[in-house]
Design a protein around this ligand. Structure first.
Ligand SMILES: [Cu+2]
Length: 175
């Protein structure tokens, strides 16, 4: 094996410094995220659910969507737990570039809600209608601004998303 030349060694050292800086930046953002999570949000309202910020609605949202969904996970205090809501397909979802790309039905993390959202009243599995505002320049980028709990027999189409529901119709049994 050839020894690396002085030039190569210089390049290697530069790379090492760069990845060190990158690691630092990554760690700093983890610390920032943790701090934000622990914070009660800009509105100052204490959050009844750990890891969910109670914050103001974006002043100038890019879009807002009202969708049907189902509460998938309510954090109980784990450091990496997210508040997650499954939502139906959003056909008119607009991406960061302003293109209508749609969003498939999915289980989606929602890191922040406004004080209008009855966080303390909801339970995992609840069917809900909710509105979330998107602000692509915001932090976070989406905030749930309204949420209503629906009757448990409400029709919410989460086929292929919600674990209880089959991904496809069960084929006729063979004899
Ligand atoms: Cu989504």
């Amino acid at each position: 094996m050839l020894n690396p030349t002085a030039k190569h060694r210089r390049v290697l050292r530069t790379r090492a410094r760069r990845s060190g800086a990158f690691l630092c930046a990554a760690l700093c953002s983890v610390v920032a995220a943790t701090t934000l999570t622990a914070c009660d949000g800009r509105s100052g309202t204490p959050s009844p659910v750990p890891g969910v910020r109670v914050t103001d609605a974006p002043a100038t949202p890019d879009q807002a969507y009202t969708v049907l969904g189902r509460i998938y996970n309510i954090p109980s205090g784990g450091p990496t737990e997210e508040f997650q809501v499954a939502h139906e397909t959003i056909d008119d979802f607009v991406d960061i570039n302003g293109n209508v790309v749609g969003m498939n039905a999915m289980i989606m993390p929602f890191p922040a809600v406004t004080a209008d959202v009855p966080l303390a009243a909801i339970a995992e599995g609840d069917k809900v209608e909710f509105t979330f505002a998107v602000d692509w320049d915001g932090d976070p980028r989406w905030v749930i601004t309204a949420l209503t709990i629906l009757p448990q027999d409400a029709e919410v189409d989460l086929i292929g998303v919600w674990p209880d529901e089959p991904a496809a119709p069960v084929p006729a049994g063979d004899d």
